[in-house]
Design a protein around this ligand. Structure first.
Ligand code: B4P
Length: 191
């Protein structure tokens, strides 16, 4: 099974590239951001809780996020592999993911990080905010808080998987197709 973590700061293009990768490789796409937005749209208790954090550009607590992720994996036992998009975002999530996969005799194949400078990210997210209706997309101070939280809590996960030789950084600036070609070349070198 090909189990990939698509990694990078907010707005680095994880969701954009995951949509193309699942088509090419027939993988299950799990985006914790999309799962939370679905819960918010449906006004569920989980959605109401998640919105408190997301609207401020903060992370949703691990206990909520990890349980939701496990349910999604368990609901899809027959897949060829999984693209984890936006998960893990804390070291506790990464450790929980590894333990959970190990119980199923599975593991992460590789973590592929998209490298995009902060100013490019701010511009991308602000322009998405013109149409996305997302409360975390149209206020520059919230976007900068998301980048701060990424650097503090999420970026160390790169080194965590680097210890087992699984982390790969690729250039995340360029057209969507150019980045997709970089990603597929990288994936084909690890599987
Ligand atoms: P996410 O939904 O994961 O969103 P994201 O980081 O904004 O997006 P992504 O990197 O996927 O960017 P995209 O392709 O859309 O998270 C939102 C929030 O949910 C978090 O802040 C947090 O509160 C919560 N959350 C999610 N997972 C969590 C977890 N595990 N633990 C705790 N909390 C969690 O691209 C962005 C924009 O750039 C788009 O407009 C796109 O069109 C554009 N773009 C993409 N590629 C481009 C390119 N090559 N050139 C120019 N523009 C490009």
């Amino acid at each position: 099974m090909l189990n990939l973590i698509l990694f990078g700061p907010p707005g680095s293009g994880k969701g954009t590239q995951a949509a193309k990768l699942i088509e090419k490789y027939g993988l299950l796409h799990i985006s914790t951001g999309d799962l939370f937005r679905y819960e918010i749209e449906n006004g569920t208790p989980l959605g109401l809780k998640a919105e408190e954090f997301m609207s401020k550009g903060e992370l949703v607590p691990d206990e909520i996020t990890i349980g939701m992720l496990k349910n999604k994996v368990n609901d899809n036992p027959e897949v060829n592999g999984i693209i984890f998009d936006g998960f893990p975002r804390t070291l506790a999530q990464a450790e929980a993911l590894d333990r959970f996969l190990a119980e199923k005799c599975l593991s992460i194949t590789a973590l592929i990080a998209l490298d995009v400078p902060d100013e490019e990210i701010v511009q991308r997210i602000l322009s998405r905010g013109e149409t996305s209706g997302r409360s975390d997309d149209n206020d520059e101070s919230i976007i900068r808080n998301r980048i701060f939280v990424y650097n503090e809590e999420t970026a160390p996960i790169y080194n965590y998987y680097a210890e087992s030789g699984k982390s790969i950084m690729i250039e995340g600036v360029g057209s969507v197709d150019v980045i997709f070609n970089r990603l597929t070349a990288t994936i084909e070198s690890v599987c």
